[in-house]
Design a protein. Structure first.
Length: 82
């Protein structure tokens, strides 16, 4: 339900990493479609009970909310390598 809800809301890519020194310190990379829906409290994404439980666990057990970062550099390789 969580993955389906994220995809339906317009999440194109999501990756979550943990700090090697602290498994409860999480870092997330998220790419949203230009027309992505809100994922916050009260959103359609959070209507499903499994999603609400997942988000509650993420917000209380692993961190105190996501904080946006400024993107510094990204490389996306296009085509095939030779």
């Amino acid at each position: 339900e969580v993955e389906q809800g994220l995809a339906k809301a317009g999440v194109e890519t999501i990756s979550i990493w943990s700090d090697p020194m602290d498994d409860c310190a999480l870092y997330m990379y998220l790419e949203l479609a230009e027309d992505a829906e809100d994922l916050g409290e009260g959103s359609r994404y959070r209507e499903h009970p499994v999603v609400r439980e997942w988000e509650r666990a993420m917000e209380t057990e692993f961190h105190s909310g996501w904080h946006p970062l400024n993107e510094w550099y990204t490389l996306k390789s296009l085509g095939s390598r030779k």
